[in-house]
Design a protein around this ligand. Structure first.
Ligand SMILES: NC(=O)c1ccc[n+]([C@@H]2O[C@H](COP(=O)([O-])OP(=O)(O)OC[C@H]3O[C@@H](n4cnc5c(N)ncnc54)[C@H](OP(=O)(O)O)[C@@H]3O)[C@@H](O)[C@H]2O)c1
Length: 249
């Protein structure tokens, strides 16, 4: 299988890529910039694509370079960002950064890449306390790091379920990887990256996976009913299409 794993320069994504690579799959890794890509290549990674997911132009350029190669069997949307407390972060596109990196960039890559047979969206159990406010997706009225992260992961999950509904032939699922020791979660987290990579790898490779589900530890869980609301899903897709200027095919 040919697989691309976003955010595979570090943490859980690096482990997903390492495991899939070790099982003989053709893995394209993804790094935020050329310096990180060069470090991956120096360490023996094969193909590496570069793209800053906090930039629509960079995300588009990344999609274009991915489209130039052979199509993918699996796309793992793993990249993610946990903002520090502080002022509301805004990107050069004028978008709230957490929403752009965690939800909108995954939407845009999904819209721009040829549909693979499997899609895996690495979400978070923080969606249990998340809320999709269609009138304020980017927290313009009130911003905290925790709610921006949880809400962006819930938005990503609703996008995954909307994509699963729209393309029934694609096996498309979301996953909570667990509380994993990475630079995002820190040393207090109880589990190592092999535990975090387990369910994403399993969803990428298992025979006959279901679609439109949320997994943790290889089991289906339901953490936030709003993600399953088809009216919310459709409105969210429409908002993402407007913000990016790119509807889903
Ligand atoms: N660790 C946990 O306990 C936990 C729990 C629930 C969910 N998750 C989710 O699991 C996924 C992996 O997280 P992790 O713990 O492995 O975190 P991590 O070690 O911080 O890795 C995140 C990856 O995403 C990349 N990334 C972040 N912002 C980016 C941007 N603007 N452009 C391109 N790449 C970007 C990072 O690149 P750089 O190396 O350049 O920063 C890195 O490769 C995330 O989606 C996270 O939300 C993690």
């Amino acid at each position: 299988m040919r697989v691309v794993v976003t955010g595979s320069s570090d943490g859980i994504g690096a482990e997903i890529a390492r495991v899939l690579d070790g099982r003989g799959h053709e893995v394209v890794r993804h790094a935020r910039d050329e310096a990180k890509a060069a470090r991956l290549r120096d360490a023996g990674a094969g193909e590496v694509v570069v793209g800053d997911l906090a930039s629509l132009a960079s995300t588009r350029a990344m999609a274009a370079s991915l489209c130039a190669g052979a199509p993918f069997d699996v796309v793992v949307h793993n990249a993610g960002w946990l903002p520090p407390e502080g002022p509301r972060p805004v990107t050069a596109d004028g978008l709230e950064r957490t929403f752009q990196v965690n939800a909108l960039s995954a939407y845009l890559l999904t819209a721009l890449l040829p549909l693979p047979s499997r899609l895996v969206y690495v979400s978070s159990d923080s969606i249990a306390r998340g809320r999709i406010d269609l009138d304020d997706l980017q927290h313009e009225t009130q911003w905290t790091a925790d709610s921006a992260y949880a809400d962006s992961k819930l938005a990503m999950t609703a996008i995954a379920f909307a994509v699963a509904r729209r393309y029934p032939a694609v096996r498309c699922n979301a996953v909570h990887p667990g509380w994993i020791r990475t630079k995002m979660s820190g040393v207090a987290a109880p589990l190592d990256v092999s535990a975090g990579a387990d369910t994403p790898v399993w969803l990428s490779t298992r025979d006959d996976p279901p679609t439109g589900m949320f997994f943790h530890d290889r089991r289906v869980v339901r953490l936030n009913e709003q993600a399953y609301d088809t009216a919310v899903q459709d409105a969210l897709l429409a908002a993402c299409a407007t913000l990016t200027g790119t509807p889903l095919p």
